[in-house]
Design a protein around this ligand. Structure first.
Ligand code: FAD
Length: 494
């Protein structure tokens, strides 16, 4: 393909969450001017996990003009206010990373400094007492109230979400082709020319989006783009997933329970619970992992345990030649903070912003890859933090995590917080100060100092300051009904 050939046809290879999110967005926003085709194979199927999200998904839904009530009803969704990390700091020590904002900042320093002094004086409660989303999650309360929205995400059925987006994409003119891609044809310059299906059908195109999951059929198997391996920092490489019947009303947070060689997730939907064990195969066999998940689920198993193998890391370029990798084909950071669907959405929005309608130019490609890399590195560091900062030393896996070297960027953040209680957020960074603080404190990293401006307050002023915030949080949370009651009413209000 000529480097400045107009893009008239986009071909999406793969119809998992990544494929259908991409298809729905491109068809809805550009479907009047370009042809959009999606190829998926019923025989291969999808990875079938990926049910916990983070609040940025609202941006994607707004872009598509979707109503929250409709999405929730279509995907059996529940609300998510954060993640409970159990046994991560140490066995029997739990904390919650909520999506909320902690306390109240002053011009010079964050709320954690006031809290740190309060804690030293014995007048501060657990940090979560100063955050509305945190308390609402713990008390099982939720509602969408005018001007008092809790910062929330969803737990949703991934296959229903893909179905829902497929409908939307097809309404906007996307053509779906079912079939197995057998070969990928290239132009003389290496660009992708088209896909040949097992049936013999040929699908040509100008821009190709690789959403083929871990196979990375276009970006890697065809274009050999290369992979940066992060498994020395994120050593889990396997998961076993199983769905169970609900035995209780759904809670408004994901549970992440650290186990001997990894961690277990519990994701409550309206209709069932998603469970899985993420583990490192060097320390736990597949058979032992299946036994562990079978022993540690509540409720009847609705599916057989399913093994998934992965490698943590990233494709060296997410956009290479006339191919953009979105979803698992682009890399995987492991699901600890539910960031994969967020990264899919970010790549879609970035691609739309840089859409090469008049031809692919290297500056666009470089900018896309640069922004993606910056975003990924920050998320990677945040996830590694959970493994590195732990007092667990009871198993070889946890000793490895505790003792491993971490990227310098993360080592700096850890040292800064430990020495001075300071955190910071770069402009484009996903996780804000409140997230870093909750996880660092939760994992047992206690700063040695607080900001000196806090000493301008007397102990009784500080006590009053903390109590006022806590009382406001309690008053807000008391207004919300039980989470499950609200879902029943809300999802019927479509
Ligand atoms: P897939 O779902 O694998 O889809 C690939 C598609 O490509 C399929 O349609 C398949 O049929 C098609 N395909 C492949 N080869 C061919 C071929 N030759 N011909 C035709 N079609 C083909 N993310 C989150 O945000 N939150 C989570 O809680 C979360 N949990 C996870 C837990 C685990 C254990 C794992 C492994 C991932 C998790 N993720 C999570 C990530 C999330 O599952 C994925 O980001 C998301 O599902 C997107 O996957 P995908 O569409 O890229 O790939």
């Amino acid at each position: 393909m000529n480097a400045l050939q107009r893009i008239k046809k986009v071909v999406i290879a793969g119809g998992g969450t990544a494929g259908w999110m991409t298809g729905a967005a491109i068809a809805k926003l550009m479907g009047k001017t370009i042809e959009v085709v999606l190829v998926e194979s019923d025989e291969i199927g999808t990875v079938g996990v990926g049910e916990a999200t983070i609040p940025t998904l609202h941006i994607f839904h707004r872009l598509l003009g979707l109503k929250e009530t409709e999405v929730m009803a279509a995907t059996n969704a529940t609300f998510k206010l954060g993640i409970s990390f159990e046994n991560w700091h140490d066995t029997n020590k739990n904390y919650l990373h909520s999506f909320g904002y902690l306390g109240k900042d002053c011009w010079a320093c964050g709320f954690q400094h006031f809290w740190l002094k309060g804690r030293q004086r014995g007048i501060a409660e657990d940090i979560g007492a100063y955050c509305t989303e945190h308390l609402a999650a713990r008390e099982g309360r939720f509602a969408v109230l005018p001007n008092q929205d809790l910062n929330h995400a969803y737990h949703m059925d991934a296959s229903l979400y893909a179905k829902y987006l497929r409908q939307l994409a097809e309404q906007h003119g996307l053509t779906r082709i079912e079939g197995k891609i057998a070969t990928v044809k290239q132009h003389a310059n290496g660009d992708i020319a088209g896909l040949t299906l097992q049936s013999g059908e040929e699908i040509d195109g100008d821009l190709f989006i690789d959403c083929t999951g871990f196979k990375a059929l276009l970006i890697e198997q065809t274009l050999n783009t290369g992979f940066e391996d992060w498994s020395h920092w994120l050593p889990c490489d396997s998961a076993v997933a199983v769905q169970t019947k609900s035995i209780a009303a759904p809670i408004a947070y994901t549970r992440s329970i650290a186990r001997d060689a990894g961690w277990q997730w519990r994701i409550p939907l309206q209709s069932r619970v998603g469970n899985g064990l993420v583990y490192c195969s060097k320390y736990l066999s597949d058979d032992a992992a299946i036994q562990s998940i079978t022993d540690n689920v509540d409720g009847e198993m609705l599916t057989n345990p399913r093994l998934i193998k992965f490698r943590t890391g990233t494709r060296r370029k997410h956009w290479h030649k006339n191919c953009v990798a979105i979803g698992l084909s682009a890399g995987f950071l492991e699901p600890l903070e539910s960031t994969s669907i967020h990264l899919i959405q970010r790549s879609i929005i970035r691609l739309l912003q840089m859409f090469p309608a008049h031809g692919i130019q290297s500056a666009d490609v470089d900018e896309f890859n640069h922004q993606t890399e910056v975003e990924l590195l920050n998320i990677r560091d945040f996830i590694i933090l959970h493994y590195k900062v732990t007092e667990r030393s009871d198993t070889p896996f946890w000793r490895y995590c505790r003792d491993m070297d971490v990227p310098e960027s993360l080592a700096h953040r850890i040292a800064l917080f430990k020495q001075s209680g300071k955190v910071y957020k770069f402009a484009q960074e996903l996780f804000g100060e409140s997230s870093w603080i909750q996880v660092m404190l939760g994992q047992g990293l206690m700063p040695e100092q607080y900001h000196p401006i806090v000493d301008a307050m007397t102990d009784s002023e500080l006590d009053n300051f903390l109590k006022t915030i806590q009382a406001n949080v309690q008053r807000s949370v008391a207004k919300y009904p039980p989470h499950n009651d609200f879902i029943q009413h809300y999802c019927k209000a479509t």
